[in-house]
Design a protein around this ligand. Sequence first.
Ligand SMILES: [Zn+2]
Ligand SMILES: [Zn+2]
Length: 454
Amino acid sequence: MNDLLNFGANQMSGLRYECRCGRNHNVDIENIMIGSGVISSLNQAVQRFAGRKIFIIEDKNTRMAAGDRVEALLEEEIEVYKYVFDDEHFIPNESSIGRIVVEIPEDTGLIVAVGSGSINDMARFISFKLHIPYIIIATAPSMDGYTSTVSPLIVDGVKTTYNAVYPNMIIADTDILKEAPMHMLHAGLGDILGKYTALADWRISSMLNGEYFCDLVEELVLETIKKCMGVALKIKDRNPEAIESIMEALVLSGLAIGMVGASRPASGEEHHLSHCWEMVFMDRGIHTKWLHGNYVGIGVGIIIEAYRYLSSLNIKKVYEKGTYRHLDRDKWINVLSDVYGKNAENVIRYKADFINFDTDIREKNMIKIMKNWDGIKHVCDGFLPDPETVRNVLKESGAVYHPKEVGIDRELFRKSFIAAKDIRKRYGVLQLLEDIGELEAAADEITDIYYSRL
Ligand SMILES: [Zn+2]
Ligand SMILES: [Zn+2]
């Protein structure tokens, strides 16, 4: 029954697993290769596409990191075409997608994406739209989207998630991965640490809202986070085993999303914070080198503080105080407008029906939370690591851990803590704090921790 927990990512391809949670967990990927030198198997791996055209998608950086090598390996027997984006910061938008549709030969049999986040996101979407299988040659262990079936793309200037497909194959050669820029290695670590709070939010939501939950998938993800915590300090030396553990964990995290059919085990309020900051920077025209995973890593410490704040409350006193009964609509709109700028209207419209202004519903939610208080306390105290531990792992591995380091000042921090949950409808600790009328007080306390005490 628990065999799944002993599987490495390499053994997960083709998985068909009847789980005790009542669902089947499947992995529709033909081959997952992670390790030193695995790229040399590329030619053999694509043999069944021999005689068809292969189209490589890469940018000038990923071409240097692995693309030239890929081309040399493939050209031995196969007709290879390619498109190299020469943008300094490649953006997976309508223009990039259109460019590929223009360049790709009509009878292409296989797409080979060489890169990490954005190149992969775009290739996955094009593969889905054109019905051409694709494989990914990973160049950095920076995010868990390698094994995703959706694609975040920028359309009309807004980050939107589109349906896509699994890659046929993932080839992640640690000799290539370990040479990636250091902030990309740290981003991978940050995205993995984010699973702690993602899993905690998932548990809380299953408790309060009866949302589907699989404890085996939870355990699978939790084991891989712990393994990464153990090797994190070796990342700064580009230690191959540490890089392999991070990549394994990122692949497994992506597979976990596919297994449960939702990103629940991989993304919670720490991701909402990250997405919120990414939107703020985009809105204000600020370009930073920091990646999704760097922001997520910072978010984990903050969200664990939120859990800690929750745990410190005497829920009966919160009930007696009664502030949870009323949520001020104008105040809510004002904070969202301050944070999201020209995107605020979209966010308000998107979330308006999911925010509870109704006193009766708020009362019911409060009662439900009080009934489940012991379980909630257990998630706060027994499940999550100390926020200091997480911050130290990031700090000592050389990664950013404080929002100040990525350009978030005290005021934006406090407001984004309040507004972050509203870019999604997913339930987590920030929504819980709002339900009990404590979100603002938690924002004050945690702003003080980060901007006066750390
Ligand atoms: Zn299950
Ligand atoms: Zn992520």
